[in-house]
Design a protein around this ligand. Structure first.
Ligand code: ADP
Ligand code: MG
Length: 237
């Protein structure tokens, strides 16, 4: 992202965002509610349009009217706070749908991949259950698996654990840690600072639409430079 600005009407929601993420890098984004974290990651796959500056994904400058934006979107997995599974499909079917419909992968192959990835997120035994029959943590692991079945180049997470009961947070974070260790490029909006310490290459603090501070976790937590970062950390740690 180079000098990216975004407005919702008159409201200046992202201000001069400059951020380069290397392949395989793990970025954690934190900051107060309303600071623009969701908007930033939604601009990456153009679920939201930016008005100024440039967003380049793997060599392609993206904007909403770009021919082929769908091709780029399908390389970018996204996991939200609310799991957004299809309620009328089983866990397995949720994972098979996009590879079959969007990528045209034959059913048997889509199923084999889906089973392998449900195993990878440690819920192979839940394959035939519907979302309503699963715990929140299990549903979120299905949502992660569903994204991974598209073999994305980048994974975006927007507060993936904040709707979960506390005892389910770690089962989702464990899967995210394993994904990070596998070398996936990840941008994660989260306030789970243990996760940030464990896997982030850099932690980004946003406030009022700006990137206020960027630092490796060690420095971010022990010696934050900005007063706003210090205040925020004081509130959440
Ligand atoms: P965060 O994820 O950090 O909580 P958001 O990116 O969701 O912040 O929102 C940033 C600001 O933009 C907030 O003030 C929010 O109310 C506003 N906002 C978000 N989405 C819209 C929208 N679709 N239209 C107008 N304002 C919005
Ligand atoms: Mg948000």
């Amino acid at each position: 992202m180079r000098h990216v600005d975004k407005f919702y009407g008159d409201f200046h929601v992202l201000r001069d965002i400059d951020l380069s993420v290397a392949r395989g890098e793990r970025i954690v984004i934190c900051g107060p509610s309303g600071s623009g974290k969701s908007t930033l990651i939604r601009c990456l796959n153009q679920l939201e349009e930016h008005q100024k500056g440039e967003i380049v994904i793997d060599g392609t400058a993206v904007h909403a009217r770009l021919k082929g934006i769908e091709d780029i979107r399908r390389e970018i997995g996204m996991v939200f706070q609310s799991f957004n599974l299809f309620p009328h499909l089983t866990a397995l079917e949720n994972c098979m749908l996009a590879p079959m419909k969007v990528r045209g992968i034959p059913k048997a192959e889509a199923e084999a991949t889906a089973r392998k990835i449900l195993e990878r997120v440690h819920i192979p035994e839940q394959a035939h259950k519907y979302p309503i029959q699963l715990s929140g943590g299990q549903q979120q692991r299905v949502a992660i698996a569903r994204s991974l079945c598209m073999n994305p180049k980048i994974m975006l997470f927007d507060e993936p654990t904040s709707a979960l009961d506390p005892e389910m947070v770690s089962e989702v974070l464990d899967v995210m840690v394993e994904l990070a260790e596998s070398g996936m490029t990840m941008l994660c909006v989260t306030h789970e600072m243990g996760f940030a310490r464990k896997v982030a290459d850099r932690v980004i603090f946003m406030d009022a639409g700006e990137i206020v501070e960027v630092a490796p976790p060690e420095r971010f937590f022990t010696a934050p430079q900005n007063e706003r970062t210090r205040k925020f950390l004081g509130q959440i740690l």
